[in-house]
Ligand binder design. Structure first.
Ligand code: PLP
Length: 518
């Protein structure tokens, strides 16, 4: 149906909901509003602000830079602008709307207390180039958070500036390289088990190392014997994700670390999943030399829209001298010193350089410290306990209708892993994920980790109530049964979202990024 309507709305793009004859004039579905582009909504004779008449302005100073024509920008009143963005925001799924089951990404509730603290003007308006004596409070936050991270991980030092998990991996590997160079040791191979996160081999290659794969065992953990057999004078280190991408704890980490150290290498641990073990295991006690912590996963800083993340890297005694600048140190008189290049000359001469221009993600530091202080050490221990309990509840509530490939490997950690084994011929993980949209949820992580066919990785996090998880489990059970029974309607899901199933390959390969009229 093609409708031209006086309000300038685009005609309906969606299709009718199967089984209902309703096609609305606007294209809206009840309160699910269709939304045109700003350029389609706006017109040159509307504006949200009053500009002075141009003939009262002295434009002479602009010379040839003065415009001779009116820019082709959409004109909208303030309410029209607010409504446009509010409608768009309602087409988004958010952690504040419902359970967000993305495994590996850990979308957890962001406490409003932390948001309030981060918005306090003393933190929110601080500038990285302010004189050190005027930002003692902000430096105090960075320093105190650093101490907590060192304490919770049992490590020796921490580099606070990396801006995300993968950036932290790069920082850790650059520390390893600097340590090797300081010894004149030419090792250049990094071993990465199949159970590690995908960013690990990418980071090792980016840092200039040769990457070698180590297989996983049938129970989803690193093959310790194969890893130890590969150690030798060319191996600079290993990168192990713990808990790993199958949602399992790598129980042999200490044995592996001892063997790697004996062979002259270093141990990098991807600690992005620290939320499953915080308060229970200290990676420093397991022989880890460097580990990033995703503040945006463990310490509940916002994770949406691609950032901003924050990935501080804790370092062992062996690697701490090589950590990047800048860093903070509390002095005898209680003030905080910011160690930059000039001071590092004498105090920290082996620093490999900087990861970024300034000190890191101040907003994330403030939120993370507020989260830590509001929980305390006991509260953080409960966080990991509840996260693991919730994931195991999901795993055991679904393993009779969904294949759990490592279900016999003991408890899972913070995320439950399923495969598409048992679905009717022609039905896939994608069908179940799209069906979840109709049920009102964002889909879980799909087709990752790669070691499992049609993988579905579900992470409920610690803040969901039993009632909320039960509702999600109910939706998953229904969808799994439909996929097993071959319900054809599932293959064309979603039916109730603003858009039907999109061609994801075309969307990725030929995205339409430029607005063209008509
Ligand atoms: C295990 C693991 N390692 C590394 C990363 C990369 O972190 P980031 O996306 O902050 O770069 C992630 C991301 O979620 C992860 O789950």
């Amino acid at each position: 149906m093609n409708v031209i309507n006086p309000a300038g709305w685009r005609p309906a793009m969606g299709e009718n909901v199967p089984g209902t004859p309703v096609q609305t004039f606007t294209g809206n579905r009840a309160l699910q509003l269709e939304e045109a582009l700003l350029f389609e909504l706006g017109s040159a004779d509307r504006s949200g602000v009053d500009f002075p008449a141009t003939d009262t302005l002295d434009l002479a100073g602009l010379g040839p830079m003065a415009r001779s024509d009116i820019p082709d920008l959409p004109g909208l009143s303030e309410p029209e602008t607010v409504r446009h963005y509010t409608r768009l925001s309602r087409q988004n799924y958010a952690i504040d709307l419902g359970l967000f089951p993305l495994g590996s990404c850990t979308m957890k509730h962001n406490p409003r207390l932390d948001e309030k603290v981060a918005r306090m003007p003393g933190f929110a308006d601080v500038h990285p180039l302010q004189p050190v004596q005027t930002v003692q409070g902000a430096l105090g936050v960075i320093n105190e958070l650093a101490q907590w991270l060192i304490e919770l991980t049992g490590m020796h030092g921490v580099a606070m500036s990396p801006k995300a998990g993968a950036h932290g991996e790069l920082c850790g590997l650059l520390c390893i390289r600097a340590a090797l160079e300081a010894k004149g040791d030419p090792r250049d191979v990094i071993l990465v088990p199949e159970s590690a996160h995908g960013t690990n081999p990418a980071t090792a290659a980016f840092a200039g190392f040769k990457v070698e794969n180590i297989p996983a065992t049938d129970e989803g953990r690193v093959d310790t014997a194969a890893l130890i057999a590969r150690l030798g004078p060319d191996v600079a280190g290993v990168m192990i994700t713990n808990p790993n991408t199958c949602g399992l704890f790598e129980r042999d980490l200490k044995v592996i670390a001892d063997a790697v150290h004996a062979a002259g290498g270093y141990v990098y641990c991807d600690g992005a999943n620290f939320n499953a073990i915080v308060g229970r295991v200290r990676p420093g006690d397991l022989g880890v030399d460097a580990m990033h912590i995703n503040l945006h996963k463990t310490f509940s800083t916002p994770h949406g829209g691609g950032g901003p993340g924050s990935g501080p890297v804790v370092l062992s005694e062996a690697l701490a001298p090589f950590g990047p600048l800048p860093f903070t140190a509390r002095q005898a008189d209680g003030s905080i010193r910011l160690i930059e290049e000039e001071q590092a000359h004498e105090d920290h001469p082996q620093a490999f350089g900087r990861m970024c221009a300034f000190h890191g993600q101040m907003g994330m530091f403030t939120r993370a410290l507020a989260y830590i202080l509001s929980h305390g050490a006991d509260g953080l221990r409960q966080v990991s306990g509840d996260a693991v309990l919730n994931a195991n509840y999901v795993l055991r509530s679904l393993d009779d209708v969904l294949d759990a490939p490592f279900g016999n490997a003991g408890h899972c950690m913070h995320e439950a892993l399923f495969s598409d084994d048992g679905f009717a011929e022609g039905f896939s993980t994608l069908d179940l994920a799209k069906g979840l949209i109709d049920e009102g949820y964002h889909p879980m992580t799909v087709y990752f980790p790669l070691v499992v066919h049609g993988a579905m990785l579900v992470e409920p996090t610690e803040t969901e109530s039993k009632a909320g998880i039960d509702q999600f489990i109910g939706a998953m059970r229904s969808l799994a049964q439909r996929a097993r029974a071959g319900d054809e309607l599932l293959k064309s899901a979603p039916h109730l979202a603003p858009r039907r199933r999109l061609d994801e390959t075309l969307a990725a390969r030929r995205p339409r990024l430029v607005y063209r009229e008509g």
